[in-house]
Design a protein around this ligand. Structure first.
Ligand SMILES: Cc1cc2nc3c(=O)[nH]c(=O)nc-3n(C[C@H](O)[C@H](O)[C@H](O)COP(=O)(O)OP(=O)(O)OC[C@H]3O[C@@H](n4cnc5c(N)ncnc54)[C@H](O)[C@@H]3O)c2cc1C
Length: 379
């Protein structure tokens, strides 16, 4: 059953919505959290939580239990085939969590849900938001089962195709073309690549990310021009042959999970419209190449929880401060793709530049801090 009224209605119980609710509970505020799915999804999806995000999650009591469940990767390596162009260590990050934490999104959601439960909160399922009547005092939310909830604030944490964003009339502009195409999989692979680091292969055909996961599989993410409808082992073998190591090539043994999708880089026109606030994928989407999407959403979420607890002026500040963070991350992800796709004539220069940057400790540290998702004022 939904309550008749609530102070904060959080629509969507993905990582963002859950983290907003946990942050609010930490301030002694109970949010009503709804999700249209009867059960949380169990698929892998986002695979990395960065140190900058763990520092923020530490404030809501979630970082330590997350860190205990994942794999700690202390280095990020950029390669052109066998050649290491840059090795970025995370172990000197200004953090109690000096690594990239590799953990499936489903696990991250379990940890957030456990924390919410421990603080007395819960997710109400399945409730699908279908309508929103906005007025000066808040909003009346309508649901597919005919129910309504009166809320002072409505948080749109309902993902890329956000209904909240649409009902509030907030634009989510972007080009009309079909967007960048990606292939993803968790594969079992016979490989000599180190299992304690994430490797980014720069290749003319696009970047290929190779990330070890705690269950022994490896997450592969690649941009492709034409993704097969049902990606199979041979497709990922072909990607590794085309972009991966040459001297000791990887051999795909089997595919635990695979997916393809197209994505545009988009940011909502505003993160606040009256009583409606956006966070996570509802506010921004971009390529998974930098492993930053969910991280940005989690940091939005804690900032929004703090702002809701602090009052209306803090909400304007939330909207003004978080949108530029998304612009930065989108620019960074686009830069990675450009770096990978450098034309043959420019590649020797690119490779040289990366090696020089990697050899200079201050530059290397700056890159580590950036990759780890630290934001201005942090770290
Ligand atoms: C295949 C795949 C691979 C990915 N890989 C990566 C990666 O490697 N790195 C990375 O950082 N990110 C990755 N992402 C993106 C990452 O999953 C998202 O950034 C993250 O899930 C965003 O969290 P969110 O809570 O904002 O939104 P979501 O996780 O999308 O959650 C939104 C929730 O809202 C609910 N909802 C939607 N509409 C309604 C409604 N009308 N009423 C009620 N509930 C509603 C949904 O059921 C859902 O539970 C990947 C995504 C996919 C699909």
């Amino acid at each position: 059953m939904l309550p008749e009224s609530t102070d904060v209605l959080v629509v969507g119980a993905g990582p963002t919505g859950l983290a907003v609710a946990v942050a609010l509970a930490g301030h002694g505020m109970t949010a009503t959290v709804v999700d249209r799915l009867a059960e949380p999804p169990v698929t892998s999806r986002a695979a990395v939580v960065h140190a900058g995000t763990l520092e923020v999650l530490d404030r809501i009591g979630v970082a330590a239990p997350l860190a205990a469940r994942g794999l700690h990767s202390t280095r990020f390596t950029v390669r052109d085939r066998d050649r290491v162009l840059a090795a970025v260590p995370f172990d000197r990050l200004p953090s109690r969590y000096p690594y990239a934490l590799l953990i499936s999104q489903a696990e991250t959601e379990v940890v957030l849900t456990d924390r919410l439960t421990a603080l007395g909160g819960r997710v109400r399922r399945p409730y699908e938001l279908t309508g929103l009547d906005l007025d000066d005092g808040g909003a009346t939310a309508r649901f597919a089962d005919g129910g309504t909830v009166r809320a002072r604030w409505v948080v749109g944490a309902d993902g890329m195709h956000s209904r909240v964003r649409e009902l509030a009339g907030i634009g989510f502009g972007g080009p009309a073309d079909p967007g960048e195409s990606f292939l993803l999989a968790d594969v079992r692979v016979d490989s000599t690549l180190p299992r304690d680091q994430v490797t980014l292969f720069l290749s003319r055909q696009g970047p290929l990310i190779w990330a070890p996961l705690p269950d022994g599989t490896v997450r592969l993410v690649a941009t492709v021009t034409d993704a097969p409808r049902e990606p199979q082992a041979r497709h990922f073998q072909a990607l590794l042959d085309e972009r991966g190591p040459v001297r000791r090539p990887d051999r795909v043994l089997d595919v635990a999970w695979a997916s393809r999708f197209r994505i545009h880089h988009r940011i909502a026109d505003t993160y606040r419209s009256g009583p409606v606030l956006l966070a996570g994928d509802a506010a921004h989407v971009h390529s998974p190449a930098g492993g930053q999407g969910m991280n940005l959403g989690l940091r939005d979420a804690v900032a929004l929880g703090d702002a809701l607890a602090a009052g209306p002026e803090a909400l304007d500040a939330y909207a003004a401060e978080r949108r530029p963070r998304a612009e930065e991350v989108l620019g960074f992800a686009a830069g990675l793709t450009r770096l990978a796709a450098a034309p043959p004539a420019v590649r020797p220069l690119r490779n040289l530049l990366l090696r020089v940057v990697s050899a200079l400790p201050p530059a290397r540290q700056r890159l580590a801090v950036r990759l780890a998702g630290f934001e201005p004022g942090q770290g």
